[in-house]
Design a protein. Structure first.
Length: 702
């Protein structure tokens, strides 16, 4: 290792730590001491995604080149660290405390040391081995001295913060800690803990149906978020794991149990992984412990089945959906109780209150994009457009960009697998379009191994629908198959083409609209992905320029909604059939109303000009000018008097207000555009009519 860390490559350091030092490392968002959400245990099976596998380290850091480096401490990496704070910048003089400890017990031996940008020092020592557990603590052995042990982590060189760079202070080997320090920071693994040995994860097939597995995972994740204290009781966590194992969830149940056991707040401090310890405890295969207490806890805090889960339960009456609680028959001929239902009045859901002060000292999670500055990640969105306008082609181009990491419409995209549910075009047409896209983007089609096409043009394509007698939706077997596919693929983008093909309900039913969008979330959100549903606008949606259809529930539920539209002249004719405009009609987490002008070229869409990019700060100005000129030409063609004077009924911004609003241009922007065009001599206020009754009207200068 070199101390010249500023010029060193982060990836090379991460690989050195993993390959040579055998440390488990992971990428850390700059300015934080946590991992990225896409590498969390629910996605990688590892806390923070930490590993010393070089290939996996390379993959993570190439996906996150901006990341700092985190090193996991403890037996897994063979090290632990003392983090000694300085008085300046921390308010705690850890060095004075360490000096007092050394005066009492003896000097610490020389060992590998690192320094943080704030002046704190990390002294690294060898972990004493599998017979000992080192608890990570803060200020316990001395004020300003933290211990980074089993389950802890440190930031390593050449990581950078706003205050400076992490660096190695020396190149000494890591040595054994003195006995007095080990006495302060370690505890002996008990005989009870030693009797639990590591087992390979189970590989048995679940006997529970896919819908049941998905429901259990959803309930566990919600319960961890709403009632973490319940799981902090060791017996509750242990019995839940046992209940999952006994209920026949198989290897999928082991994965879900790990979500509980690996949670950061779990208080157990065993040498082996908690899920391995709990799952393979001899009590897990004997006795009468079930999931009853878990389901009851979920009902008590208001976690209920979705309509789709209720429908799945009805279709699987022979299976025990809620273990011992849900199979109780309330009366002959009646259905079993559902979660959250009681024979008497249901309990009120406890009000969950969060103090804003609890956020203090914690950086807000960063917001992530699928397409930089345009489409957020981890949402369900919609792309609307009239038939044959080209929305499927545009979505396929986005799919190729996400699969390969290439830009889409000059915007950076988040790279990852794609699932394309194609219900309108057959395989031959998909092949032709992909061939054009790959040629224009310079992509080898062989590189699209992670672009997964589900061709349903000639197949049943409905994912969910209603029986027409209520607003409750039920999923179809195809939805269950798609759910299994997405669990394997873990898509960063799921394209549903189109809404009319995959949704067999009423588009004007607000409740059904919101249900269906929620049903799409389990397909992508657990994997950090984005769902994009293609849809056709109604006639009123096209005439109004809003590009909507059906209930407002669709627009309200989509976190982003785009509208791909033709560009019409003053006679409402398509003067240029290659000209399209993509308008951002809704964006929950940023500015909306933007537009991108496109041109169809060689089987693909390209930016019509560099000036129309939403990333250009002048795009709103140019758009307002264009809209004003288009509307003025249209008014002149219809022999309408359009005036510069605000008094009277012919004031141009007032006359154009409704049509301009449809294109995302405000009244104030129209006024500014008119003045700019006058100043630049693009339009003029010229006299017309008889000299005795001379009036003025606006004209476009050729």
């Amino acid at each position: 290792m070199t101390t010249d860390t500023v010029s060193s490559d982060t990836l090379q350091f991460a690989l050195y730590y993993a390959e040579t030092m055998k440390w488990n490392v992971f990428p850390v968002p700059p300015g934080t001491k946590m991992g990225y959400s896409e590498f969390a245990v629910e996605h990688t099976g590892r806390r923070w995604g930490a590993t010393n596998d070089p290939a996996e380290v390379r993959r993570m850091f190439e996906l996150r080149p901006e990341a700092n480096i985190g090193i996991v401490c403890g037996e897994v990496s063979g090290i632990f660290a003392l983090d000694i704070d300085t008085l300046v910048g921390h308010g705690k003089d850890g060095f004075a405390e360490l000096a007092a400890l050394e005066a009492e017990h003896g000097k610490l031996p020389a060992t590998l040391q690192a320094e943080s940008p704030t002046g704190s020092r990390h002294d690294l020592f060898k972990h004493p081995g599998s017979d000992f557990y080192i608890t990570s603590t803060a200020n316990k052995i001395g004020l300003g001295i933290d211990v980074k042990g089993d389950g802890g982590m440190i930031i390593a060189a050449p990581s950078v913060t706003a205050k400076g760079v992490y660096r190695w202070r020396n190149q000494l080997p890591i040595v054994d800690a003195p006995e007095w320090l080990l006495n302060l920071v370690t505890r002996k693994i008990t005989d009870e803990e030693k009797r639990i040995v590591r087992h390979a994860p189970p590989d048995d097939e679940p006997t529970q149906p896919p819908a049941e597995i998905a429901k259990l995972e959803r309930f566990v994740l919600l319960a961890l978020g709403k009632n973490l204290e319940w799981f902090e009781d060791r017996e509750h966590a242990l019995h839940t794991v046992w209940g999952i194992k006994r209920a026949g969830y198989g290897r999928e149940g082991y994965r879900i149990a790990d979500l509980i056991c690996s949670h950061d707040a779990f208080p157990e401090t065993q040498r082996v992984e908690r899920v391995n310890r709990f799952w393979n405890d001899r009590g897990a295969s004997a006795g009468t412990v079930s999931l009853a207490s878990f389901w009851k806890m979920c009902a008590d805090i208001g976690i209920k089945q979705t309509p789709a889960e209720i429908a799945a339960w009805k279709n699987e009456e022979s299976r025990r959906m809620f273990d011992e609680i849900a199979v109780k028959i309330v009366a002959e001929g009646e259905a079993p109780l559902q979660p959250g239902m009681q024979n008497d009045t249901p309990k009120a859901k406890p009000l969950r209150v969060i103090s804003a002060a609890s956020f203090a000292g914690r950086p807000a999670p960063e917001r992530e994009d699928l397409v930089a500055g345009l489409i957020p990640a981890k949402i369900i969105g919609g792309l609307y457009g009239d038939g044959a306008v080209g929305k499927s082609l545009l979505a396929m181009m986005l799919g190729v960009s996400v699969t390969t990491g290439r830009p889409w419409l000059n915007r950076i995209v988040r790279k990852g697998p794609v699932v394309y549910v194609c219900c309108e075009d057959d395989e031959a047409e998909v092949h032709r379009r992909l061939e054009n896209i790959c040629r224009e983007m310079g992509v080898d089609m062989a590189a699209l191994s992670d672009f997964h096409i589900v061709p349903l043009a000639d197949e049943e394509s409905v994912l969910a629908g209603s029986d027409g007698r209520s607003s409750v939706l039920a999923t179809t077997p195809l939805y269950a198959q798609l759910l299994e596919l997405t669990k394997d693929v873990k898509p960063q983008l799921l394209i549903g083409d189109t809404l009319a093909d995959i949704f067999a309900g009423s588009e004007v039913d607000r409740m059904q609209a919101k249900q269906f969008v929620k049903m799409m979330r389990p397909l992508v959100i657990p994997h950090g992905g984005t769902g994009l549903i293609l849809a056709h606008p109604s006639l009123s949606g096209m005439s109004s320029g809003k590009g909507t259809s059906g209930s407002t529930g669709w627009n309200n539920s989509f976190r982003w909604r785009g509208y791909l539209d033709k560009v019409l002249d003053e006679q409402d004719n398509e003067a240029d059939p290659t000209h399209r405009v993509l308008r951002s009609k809704k964006l929950n987490y940023g500015p909306q109303g933007g537009e991108i002008e496109l041109r169809y070229q060689n089987g693909c869409y390209v930016l019509r000009s560099n000036e129309t990019s939403m990333l250009d700060p002048m795009w709103r100005t140019r758009r307002a000018d264009r809209v004003f000129l288009d509307l003025l030409r249209k008014g002149i063609a219809q022999n309408n008097r359009v005036s510069l004077q605000p008094k009277g009924g012919c004031y141009a911004p007032t006359m154009f207000r409704a049509d301009a609003s449809k294109q995302g241009v405000t009244f104030a922007e129209m006024k500014e555009a008119m003045q700019r065009l006058i100043d630049s001599n693009a339009i003029e206020n010229a006299p017309y009519g008889a000299p005795s009754k001379q009036q003025f009207r606006l004209y476009v200068n050729s």
